[in-house]
Design a binder for this molecule. Structure first.
Ligand code: KIV
Length: 278
C-alpha cells in the first residue's frame, strides 16, 4: 500500500519529522523508495538538474509526465507528487484541472504541487474538490524567478513575512495537504509551522518545519554547477562518477578491459568451420 495524505498529516500530529526527496527516473526512485522516504516529488527542478536548462521555466507538461511515469514505476510505496510546471495552472481553472488530471491519469502520481499562495487558491480549491490532493509551495518560488529578481531568501521584511503567513493560511483553507516553504528565515518558518494544522516541508527554511525536502542531485553531490547554501551533500557522486569514467577510459586504452571475464566464449569447432568457409 502506498503512503496516503492522511498518513502524512498524521505524522505532523505525532510530531514525527517527514523526510521528502525529489526523484526523476526509475532507478533513483526505486532506491529512494526502498530507503523508506514516504514522499517523492517529481520536481520541475529536473529542468536544471536533468535537462540542463538555466531555470525551471522552460519545463513542459510533456517532460513532467514522462519523468513522473518513470518515478511511479520505480517507487512502489511512497506518495508521488507531480510538480505542475510554469503556466500549466495559471491561465484558467479548467486548464489547471486538465493538467493536474494528466499527472494523475497519465503520470500515475497521487498528488500535484503548485507554486504560489492566494493567487492560486481558487485552482487549489477546485482540484481538491475534484479529488486531486494538492501540495502548496511558497517563499522562493523558482517559477517566479524573474519577478523575484533572483534566487533570494523571502520574508525578511515585514510586508513579505506577513504575506507569507497569510498565503500559508489561505492555502491550508483552500485544502492543501502540506506546504513547501522554500528559502524562508527559520523563525518565520517556525511561526508558520506552529500556525498550521497541515505539515510544512522546508527547503532552506530551518529545522522547525514538519518535514524537509532536498533535491536528490544536490544531496548526492551530482549537480555541482550551483550548490545552494541550504543543500547538504550526503555523498559526492560527481567525483566518484568522474573517477570511474577515467578509470574505464584508461583500461580501454591500455587493453585491460574487457578481459575473458566480461567476454562470451564460442565453440572452437564452429569457429574453425567459420574460418575455413570465409
Ligand atoms: O522542483 C523542485 O525540486 C521543488 C523543490 C525544491 C521543492 O520544487
Amino acid at each position: 500500500m502506498r503512503v496516503t495524505i492522511t498518513e502524512i498529516k498524521e505524522m505532523k500530529h505525532r510530531k514525527e519529522k517527514i523526510p521528502m526527496l525529489t526523484a526523476y527516473d526509475y532507478v533513483t526512485a526505486r532506491m529512494v523508495d526502498e530507503a523508506g522516504v514516504p514522499l517523492i516529488l517529481v520536481g520541475d527542478s529536473l529542468g536544471m538538474v536533468i535537462l540542463g536548462y538555466e531555470s525551471t521555466i522552460p519545463v513542459t507538461m510533456e517532460e513532467m509526465i514522462h519523468h513522473t511515469k518513470a518515478v511511479v514505476k520505480g517507487a512502489k510505496k511512497a506518495l508521488i507528487i507531480g510538480d505542475m510546471p510554469f503556466m500549466s495552472y495559471h491561465i484558467s481553472v479548467p486548464d489547471a484541472l486538465h493538467n493536474a488530471a494528466r499527472f494523475i491519469q497519465e503520470g500515475g502520481a497521487q498528488a500535484v504541487k503548485l507554486e504560489g499562495g492566494e493567487v492560486v487558491a481558487e485552482q487549489v480549491r477546485r482540484l481538491v474538490d475534484c479529488g486531486i490532493p494538492v501540495m502548496g509551495h511558497i517563499g522562493l518560488t523558482p517559477q517566479s524567478i524573474h519577478q523575484l529578481g533572483g534566487f533570494k531568501v523571502q520574508g525578511r521584511v515585514v510586508g513579505e513575512a506577513k504575506k507569507l503567513l497569510s498565503d500559508a493560511r489561505i492555502l491550508e483553507e483552500a485544502g492543501t495537504f502540506a506546504i513547501v516553504l522554500e528559502c524562508i528565515p527559520a523563525p518565520l518558518s517556525r511561526l508558520i509551522t506552529q500556525k498550521l494544522a497541515i505539515p510544512t516541508i522546508g527547503i532552506g527554511a530551518g529545522p522547525d518545519c514538519d518535514g524537509q525536502i532536498q533535491v536528490i542531485s544536490d544531496m548526492l553531490g551530482l549537480y555541482t554547477e550551483f550548490v545552494p547554501k541550504h543543500a547538504k551533500q550526503y555523498a559526492r557522486l560527481a567525483g566518484e562518477i568522474k573517477a570511474a569514467v577515467s578509470n574505464y577510459i584508461s583500461e580501454v586504452k591500455s587493453r585491460s578491459f574487457p578481459t575473458t571475464e566480461q567476454s562470451y566464449a564460442m565453440d572452437e569447432s564452429l569457429l574453425k568451420q567459420l574460418k575455413a568457409e570465409s
